[in-house]
Ligand binder design. Structure first.
Ligand code: TXA
Ligand code: MG
Length: 338
């Protein structure tokens, strides 16, 4: 069931449901999440079951403001506090040392916790309503200080960026707050703050350069620390996959491929910044914007759209090598590895 996220009655009903242990499709500025009370092991177990996700893959816990950190983290290093000051609320998740005894199931039993404070007004309203202890409209359980929410897709698939995508992934019975299409379009930047220096686990709208500018330390990459590789499922090599096979190519290889296929090109979609020539009337073409943020915003909806057209192959022009494209490059490389 999809409810209008701008309706205060819908927020109250959704907060009531979360406090009673139910699942909720929640809009954020990055992607839609599948939300539940982070302190309830039973509620969190439902998230893993609905997504088909292994239960040792930790979930991000969402809080209404930076004050929420103290409920979950035992320590906030100086550089992490600078990142909070610069980018919360916003598309940035921080991995911090976990307080013992909180959010055990949500964190997959790790001694760390991923915390994010989303900026989307519907997410903000929901998180505040969940935490408001005296609010009669949302009563039906204790206050909820943190809402665990992975992206609301089935495990390994493309994250949803509209309420309808959430329904398509998880069924019409799920309660979903509609907050419109997501403005960022790819998942939050994740910075591990448990290793003395920032480590970029997942690139996103907050770039590597912005992290360095905010805290004065150049972030390491997960490749710099091989021992920690498989902890984040969004960092598995193959992930974010549409049903069709994805190939990344430069503009020249794309044109050569289309020339080779001539008028026979069918069941193929192309997503490129350059203008391409094809003799085939059946080729599905979408233009990739020249701007990284605009591409991120539409990327997952474009991939879903290609699946809806039942193409078998998706040929995508390799994004530029510049830093602002790192998030988009990462998602496409992983889609191509699947
Ligand atoms: O933008 C986002 O971050 C969205 C919205 C809904 O907030 N959420 C999201 O969640 O992308 P999910 O579960 O699809 O991806 C979260 C990533 C996973 O790769 C997970 O392994 C990693 O964060 N993660 C969470 N807690 C962690 C921890 N304690 N240590 C290492 N990685 C962690
Ligand atoms: Mg995900």
């Amino acid at each position: 069931m999809i409810l209008d996220g701008n309706d205060p009655a819908a927020i109250a009903a959704a907060a009531h449901a979360v406090r009673a242990g139910a699942l909720l499709g929640l809009p954020t500025e990055t992607v839609y999440g599948l939300a539940a009370d982070a302190s309830s092991d039973a509620a969190v177990a439902q998230i893993f079951a609905a997504k088909g996700r292994p239960s040792d893959h930790p979930l991000i816990v969402h809080v209404a403001s930076a004050e929420g950190i103290a409920h979950f983290a035992s320590e906030v290093p100086d550089f992490a506090q600078k990142l909070v000051d610069a980018y919360w609320p916003g598309p940035l998740t921080l991995i911090l040392p976990r307080l013992p005894g909180v959010a055990g199931a949500a964190t997959g039993g790790q001694d760390s916790v991923g915390l994010r404070c989303p900026a989307h007004p519907v997410a903000q309203a929901l998180l505040r309503a969940c935490a408001a202890p005296g609010d009669e409209a949302t009563q039906g359980g204790p206050p909820v200080w943190g809402v665990a929410a992975p992206s609301a897709n089935r495990f390994g698939r493309v994250s949803p960026t509209t309420a309808q995508h959430v329904q398509d992934e998880l069924g019409a019975d799920l309660l979903v707050l509609d907050g419109g299409p997501c403005a960022v379009g790819i998942e939050s930047t994740i910075v591990d703050c448990t290793r003395g220096v920032p480590v970029l686990l997942r690139p996103g709208a907050v770039t590597r350069e912005q992290i360095e500018a905010a805290c004065g330390i150049k972030p390491l990459s997960k490749e710099d620390l091989p021992a920690l590789t498989p902890r984040a499922s969004g960092t598995l090599e193959a992930h974010y996959a549409p049903h069709a096979k994805v190939r990344l190519m430069d503009a020249k290889a794309l044109q050569t491929g289309l020339d080779l296929l001539g008028s026979d090109a069918a069941h193929i979609a192309v997503y490129a910044r350059v203008v391409l020539r094809s003799k085939s009337p059946r080729l599905v073409i979408r233009r990739m914007p020249d701007d990284a943020a605009a591409t991120a915003q539409q990327l997952f909806a474009v991939l879903r759209g290609f699946d809806d057209e039942r193409v078998k192959l998706i040929w995508i022009e390799t994004p530029p090598p510049s830093p602002e494209w790192e998030g988009v490059r990462d998602r496409l490389q992983r889609a191509a590895a699947a």
